[in-house]
Write a protein that binds this ligand. Sequence first.
Ligand code: ADA
Length: 553
Amino acid sequence: MLRLFDTHNIRIQKELDGMWDFKMEGIGKEYTMPVPGCFEQHPDFLKRRGIATYSKTVFISRDTDIRLEFKGVSHTADVFFDGNLAAHHYNAFTPFAAVIKDVKQGTHKIEVRVDNTFSEKSALHIPNDYYTYGGITRPVALEYIKGAYIKNLHFTPHYCDGKWSADIAVDIENLTDGDFCAELLIAIAGIEASKMITVMPGSSETVDFKLQFRDIIPWDNKNPRLYMLNAVLKNNGIPIDDMIDRVGFRTVTVEGTRVLLNGKTVYLKGFNRHEDYADVGCAVPLQLMVKDMDMMQEMGANALRTCHYPNDERMLDLCDERGILVWEENHARGLVLEQMQNPNFEHQCEDCIREMIENHYNHPSVVIWGILNECASETKEGREMYKRQYDMIRSMDISRPCTSATCRHFNDICLDMPDIVSFNMYTKWYVDDDVKKRNDEEIDWIKESNGDNKPIIVSELGAAAIYGYRSRAKEKWSEEYQSELIKESLEVYMSDKRITGVFIWQFADCRVTEEGWFATRARCHNNKGVVDEYRRPKMAYDTVKEMFEKYGN
Ligand code: ADA
């Protein structure tokens, strides 16, 4: 399934999940592979870096235009329809679509060439402390559209003088060679509106509505009230297309050192979670997303950081439904200046930011946009790139604060830019020092480095433990050491009134690339999860539960 609710009643949408034909370049044998899925789940491709082609025939029941939507292909996709290139996309973690006009009724072939190799062409998917899988790793949909269709639907709530209002922007694309005239209707929370529109041939138009509401129940982490937003396109009174989304009335702002949700201070306590689950890799099915969410909430989390890339939208749907506050970030982890100077880096980051915001804008659970985790924010060249990315986010969305998790302690030169200052701290894991002393030094430095009078979040803290390794000596890598380090760290960070949020690194162990990481990552996994990759709890699980309960904040 694509989302946790239907996004169309009028548009015909068919999901293409199931078994696809599969061929790996350089291997004669032909296979079938599940979609969504990672080809690494097959015994022949356990750690394969290569180029493969997934293919499937589909029957189109009438002459129509079609839209193929891919929620995620890892990491580079070339989509062919009847042998013609229909789309190219880089980045496993953002959706993309291919619109194909004038398709005749009958059988047609879809081929997706998938590439998970590392090269200069890929500035973001590189050997790293998480794994870049290969495959059509998120759901795929085939849609019938005709002439013109609703391309996007953005909802921005506002609260003023005790009243809720909203700006609603609907993007219509006209695929025809003539003017497209139609009626556009929207409906939400018992309020309806309509406009007659004209879209020029082969172009798009954004239609804006401003609505006032009464009797709205706000969305917040304690009562996450959601509303369905419907948009319908009518031609001569006949509905020809629609789009449905699910939204929430909430505001998120920053005032001094506090983050406010609907004007009230909110404290974020949660986890960093990679999209990675033992035998299925990054193609985590809904059932296992729900399991992860249930475990994080059992431990008392109210927040999730989508380290280090935009997440599968069904996870955000779950967060919307459960009132989990999300820090979603663009795709980048730990890139030094030389890597940021890859000629593909900036446009690949900007594409990711654009697709992340365009597609995830309506999720009330997303309360923070993040960029560039632990990249070269200590350099002036890096600073220019940070600035361009913050500017880009703010040009697309001023309704949410921005941040970036730094590890450039004492020499970061970008703390003046984010709305929220966030830092990753591994005291007593990578740095053998006193947790409180290091925390005080860090916050003193933040205040002297243009980060003063801003909310502060500890975006990462933790330690590794090998599941099942118990030791009365409590040395590093034992479950005891991890549990005690997390307890001590949370005591310090959650009792410090200068800090407005903590994210534990990390929820679950995740696979890392062998290239460049085998030496520091036992099992070629990042073992800092409070559960292992099969979600088996370590001792730290109950420690986090105890601490999140103790410091309810
Ligand atoms: C960094 C990084 C994480 C992870 C962590 C670790 O803070 O942001 O992705 O690599 O270190 O486990 O060392």
